[in-house]
Design a protein around this ligand. Sequence first.
Ligand code: SAM
Ligand code: SF4
Ligand code: SF4
Length: 387
Amino acid sequence: MSERVIPLVDQRLLALPATVPTQPIAASGLLSDSLGRPLHDLRISVTDRCNFRCNYCMPKEVFNKDYAYLPHGDLLNFEEITRLAKVFVAHGVRKIRLTGGEPLLRKNLEILVDQLANIQTPDGTPLDLTLTTNGSLLTRKAKSLKDAGLNRVTVSLDGLDDAVFRAMNDVDFPVSDVLDGIAAAKDAGLGLDANGLFTGLKVNMVVKRRTNVDQILPMARHFRGSGITLRFIEYMDVGATNGWCMDDVLPSAEVIQHIQQEFPLVSLDASAIGETAQRWGYANAAGVFDPALGEVGVISSVTQAFCRDCNRARLSTEGKLYLCLFATQGYDLRSLMRGAQATDVDLASAIGHIWQGRDDRYSELRASMPVDSAPAVRRVEMSYIGG
Ligand code: SAM
Ligand code: SF4
Ligand code: SF4
């Protein structure tokens, strides 16, 4: 097993300046980066705090009572987030995901959801507004979030066995409360599509060897035919604190083999360009995909990099723009707004300039590196830039 690396440098203190180029870059919706990738998807981290201590994300030894979370004044306020989101939408973003940390810990999140849901896209297509949550507060919040305009939700759940789940969240949180949260989301109609199916309600399970591989089949059994899509995520080497090693990664191909021991699956086409999950449908007795049984997805960030189509930007809790989940530094958009009093045209130019220079493709490069040689010390934490 590799040793846990505790970073000596706090990456949050480092920032790249966001500058307004002398030649303005208009938000035409046609922006592309240096590898020809458009800007389509924006993840916004609304808090760096969480009530769980999942070992692969916010291990207790690091995120303890001495850990310095961002002070409230450093966080983007809802007006700043909405203002930036509008500029991103003008540049072509059509999907916004709120995340964290645990996004439902941010006070009055419904107000932000309402503001974002009211953003008009230039071509009139509706903005796809979604959120990733650990589900712990969903029973209380599902209805108000739906009423505020949230379309969809993804709940993270790493197992059905209560002991396994309590150990993984490391705060002894019971699995039944998350299942209640998922039920509340369904009752509220979160993720319900025009055909009466819950295509927008998803459950994500991070699979870690020696930890929850025995939960793959129980999870598949539980969600098969429920209308909820279960997706399995390969354990990733994000951040610098989780002690990641390749031995703990169960490749997605093996996840599919596990499920096929009990349920035949057929491969399905990707639903959209830039879609991170490979889709597999449950087959009926004739070996044909049966929509009533639903589908599973696998997100193979480690074994099959999907950087080529990556159209995703990340906005950190205090307003830095990150071009990759594995980036070491972000561009400081907050100081453009607070210090430099930038206009919206300036912000569009600055964001356009940054995106045009983007050449990040970490996972592709990692695939060509020797196992376990990827540098671990300088990356920012996922709880800070959002998963
Ligand atoms: N707290 C919320 C939650 O857990 O859904 C949102 C933030 S969390 C950082 C977003 C997603 O990242 C979760 O689905 C989580 O399981 C996933 N994640 C965190 N660390 C990961 C890792 N090392 N490898 C793969 N996925 C990870
Ligand atoms: Fe919290 Fe989500 Fe990270 Fe778990 S994965 S520690 S719930 S932010
Ligand atoms: Fe996108 Fe970076 Fe992940 Fe590649 S490694 S898919 S560029 S976020």
